[in-house]
Design a protein around this ligand. Structure first.
Ligand code: FES
Length: 69
């Protein structure tokens, strides 16, 4: 996932991925360009969709980075 990329490369983004991918924080919120969003194999729904609603500045092309593989 995008969260794994951040963690595995020791990228310092303060607070990013606070729940470590357990879908309880929304700090891994990402906003994709429409063209990139359209190429993702799935769309946010279920638990991701519910948690995404709590993210700040959510857009039609938002995803939670811990759920994008
Ligand atoms: Fe918490 Fe993605 S890391 S919801």
């Amino acid at each position: 996932s995008f969260l794994d990329v951040v963690v595995n490369n020791s990228i310092s983004l303060e607070g990013y991925g606070a729940c470590e991918g357990t879908l309880t924080c929304s700090t891994c919120h990402l906003i994709f360009a429409q063209a990139d969003f359209d190429q993702l194999p799935d769309k946010p729904e279920g638990e991701e969709g519910d948690m995404l609603e709590l993210a700040r500045g959510v857009t039609d092309t938002s995803r939670l980075g811990c759920q994008v593989f």
